[in-house]
Design a protein around this ligand. Structure first.
Ligand SMILES: [Zn+2]
Ligand SMILES: [Zn+2]
Length: 752
């Protein structure tokens, strides 16, 4: 067994893994730990594992070899400590209280040691807790919560909450100040620190002013992270040990997925500032990174530092590893900042997730709820918790319809490429949890008292917008999609197009920071933002018209495409398909430009000419022939090859890519006074027009109907470019009583 440990340590040293170079001081500790001949704990039972030498023992051995005194009080003489027991759920938890030099009252830190919830205790982690007391100038209470496997999940979490409450209640007796309490922990204890803060928020208990999570266990769903891979065989913590710890801890998969343990999937909104410290050579390094992302996406202030060349457990090695001294110093400063600004603790980022009050101009405040007794509707949706998360079932509430609003039972919702950009935060503006969906068709189930446009039972559609400022020049001109109000328009999901944090004066006129879209059972919307679905348009076919349809119809209309015009459509995905059908129905002579040979046949089926983008000869022959070009490619691309195809004064409009494009050679533009333009979705009027136009001309997108639980697969296929048809979610598949509405085999409807 000893040779196994040696092999593993050699791996860290770089003989098996050259990606990290170990700090020389750290290496001495690892060598010393190996010399103590501990056994690999993943092959032992819990009592045996607890008896193995710890990294702290290795540090002490090194100190003794140098003739230094390894006792804690000798290493950090300014801090006094005293052991006391804390009552928790009928048990008495042993704890150690560290008091720094000077006069109190001191701020307080409730500290949880590491050891995977199975091994180690306050003695093993004495140096880290003691160092924090000195560096933060705080009373630290280090708690021996009950460990697994004797006490399975969630005993340790409950003990941690009990300890936090006890410290808050006994702050004064501890020489502390109850208004300044922070949570801290290492490894498993780092998880407990964050989880205890979440629990405090959930219970409405006093919030901590800050959280310090040192190489925390932050997730249990992904054991293939980068650090699980590159530090799989690291010491003193390896991947196998984490599996062993979790095995001892949980009683089943439900425990493992519990968000007290799987923190990145917890609701993190409203937590106080969090400091995360990671070691480079540690399978939990990526957990820290994921937690950082999750916290940021929940609007929490977070600072994370990764210390190079050191391993898990380095934090308490300040006596022999200078980087540990740095880390303790940094942690102390971060906590001091949190203690200095208790009034800001727990503040949520401006405009994120809060139900921020209306400020600034209010042209049309939402009306009061009609029936105060029944203002909440239970809704089931599919949400992405974070940019790295799949869509998962998510229950939430919507406010019931107000006087000018309607409640819609969602029947179908299209999967748009911008949903994918938004789920993955590719536009860097996603508000989580993110319930996408802005191609919504449903049936009106209830109307507010002043509603005149729609009646119960009507089939209506909701596109990208659910409100706008209604008083700016574009809004008054019927161009709501170009609203110039302080928050621009209110999107069907993800809140206002300009959130409060980026708005003039920091206002949010809509009073809603996150809106939940159509991947859900129910939508509530103001009556004038709901469109009429013509009776002869199938609702599932109508859905993508609300975004893909109007996005292509609006520029075709704006640039006056008329019978006999020659129109080129660049890109033949969902948008290109709609654009070609609409332009043909408008009487234009349509040419499709595609990169894919297979799509040439598709184009022929639509009755349009198709040209391969790579066919230079064909492009040459088309120079100066086009009245309008529409580019539907959904990402950055090069349009220089197309500009010569336009006639003088004519326009190429880009609708697919909402991002920086390849630069344009203005010579080609200027020489024939051509226009390079952009266009964003379409107005309410355009949306109604395109619905009516499609019904009248019997055209629509080619769709593939899917069940809600197939949406992650549909997203993957769309990213891989494998979707020939627009995916449309059949919302009956998540309704409580789906009856026979579930799609058994993905039916394909082809219309037009
Ligand atoms: Zn869309
Ligand atoms: Zn406006």
């Amino acid at each position: 067994m000893t040779s196994l440990v040696r092999d593993l340590i050699n791996t860290v040293r770089g003989e098996g893994d050259t990606s990290h170079s170990v700090d020389t001081h750290m290496q001495r500790v690892l060598d010393q730990l190996a010399a103590l001949h501990g056994q690999a704990i993943e092959y032992l039972d819990a009592p045996q594992a607890r008896a193995q030498p710890s990294p702290g023992d290795a540090v002490a051995a090194l100190l003794r070899a140098e003739g230094r005194d390894p006792t804690p009080t000798a290493l950090i003489p300014g801090v006094k400590s005293e052991d006391r027991s804390i009552p928790a759920g009928g048990a008495a938890l042993s704890s150690r209280i560290y008091t720094p030099a000077g006069n109190g009252p001191f701020p307080l830190i409730v500290y949880f040691h590491g050891g995977g919830w199975v091994i180690a205790d306050k003695d093993t982690y004495d140096a880290g807790a003691r160092g924090l007391s000195e560096a933060a100038g705080a009373v630290v209470v280090s708690v021996d919560y009950r460990r697994a496997p004797e006490h399975k999940f969630p005993t340790a979490w409950n003990d941690a909450i009990a300890a936090y409450d006890w410290v808050a209640a006994n702050a004064q007796a501890l020489g502390g100040d109850a208004s300044r309490i922070a949570l801290a922990g290492e490894s498993a204890g780092g998880n407990l620190a964050v989880a205890t803060a979440i629990a405090a928020r959930n219970r409405g208990a006093k919030k901590p002013v800050g959280i310090l999570a040192i190489y925390p266990v932050a997730q249990t769903g992904n054991t293939e992270t980068q650090s699980y891979d590159d530090s799989a065989n690291a010491r003193p913590l390896n991947k196998a040990m984490i599996g062993w710890f979790l095995d001892k801890l949980v009683t089943g998969p439900a425990d493992k997925a519990d968000t007290r343990l799987d923190l990145i999937n917890a609701d993190l909104v409203g937590l106080p500032p969090v400091t995360i410290i990671n070691a480079e050579i540690d399978p939990l390094r990526s957990d820290g990174e994921m937690l950082e992302t999750a916290l940021k996406e929940a609007g929490v202030e977070v600072t994370r530092k990764v210390y190079g060349g050191v391993t898990h457990e380095f934090f308490g090695m300040g006596a022999v590893v200078p980087k540990a001294q740095e880390a303790v110093q940094f942690a102390g400063e971060q906590l001091q900042r949190a203690f200095a600004a208790p009034e800001q603790a727990g503040a949520v980022h401006t405009g994120v997730h809060t139900g921020a009050a209306h400020t600034g101009s209010q042209p049309r405040a939402r009306l009061a709820p009609e029936d105060p007794a029944a203002t909440k509707l239970k809704v089931v949706g599919y949400a992405a918790k974070h940019s790295f998360s799949d869509l998962k079932a998510f229950e939430f509430e919507r406010e019931a319809a107000r006087a000018d609003e309607i409640e819609i039972d969602v029947l179908f919702c299209g999967v748009c490429h911008s949903d994918i950009h938004q789920i993955k935060n590719e536009w860097d503006n996603t508000v989580y949890p993110c319930v996408p969906g802005h191609e919504v068709v449903g049936r009106v189930t209830r109307i507010g008292s002043s509603v005149t446009r729609h009646a119960v039972g009507d089939v209506v559609g909701v596109g990208c917008m659910i409100d706008s400022c209604r008083q700016c020049e574009p809004c008054l001109a019927g161009d709501e999609n170009y609203c110039e109000g302080p928050n621009s328009w209110l999107a069907t999901y993800n809140g206002p197009m300009i959130p409060a944090a980026k708005a003039r004066g920091g206002t949010n006129m809509y009073g809603r920071d996150n809106t939940y879209g159509g991947y859900s059972t129910v939508l509530v919307v103001q009556e004038d933002f709901a469109l009429k679905i013509p009776a002869n348009l199938r609702p599932e076919v109508a859905a993508p018209i609300l975004c893909a349809g109007v996005t292509t119809y609006s520029p075709l209309k704006h640039w006056g495409v008329k019978p006999g015009d020659r129109v080129g459509i660049i890109g033949f995905g969902g948008l290109g398909d709609m654009a070609a059908k609409l332009a043909v129905a408008m009487g234009a002579e349509v040419t499709l430009f595609t990169t894919s040979k297979e799509k040439l046949g598709e184009a022929a089926r639509l009755g349009v000419t198709a040209v391969l983008e790579s066919d230079e000869e064909a492009l040459e022959a088309l120079q100066g022939k086009f009245d309008f070009l529409l580019s539907t490619i959904p990402q950055r691309h090069d349009i220089n090859g197309y500009i010569p195809l336009l006639k003088r004064d004519k326009t190429i409009c880009i609708v697919g890519a909402l991002e920086p494009m390849e630069s344009v050679n203005n010579q080609a533009v200027a020489f024939h006074r051509k226009n390079v333009a952009g266009s964003l979705i379409g107005s309410l009027q355009d949306t109604q027009e395109v619905l009516d136009f499609c019904a009248q001309h019997d055209i629509g997108p080619d769709i593939e109907l899917i069940n809600m639980d197939q949406v992650n697969d549909a997203v993957k296929r769309a990213i891989d470019g494998e979707v020939r048809f627009r995916s449309v979610i059949n919302m009956a598949s998540i309704k409580p009583d789906p009856a026979d509405a579930t799609v058994e085999d993905s039916a394909i409807f082809v219309s037009g």
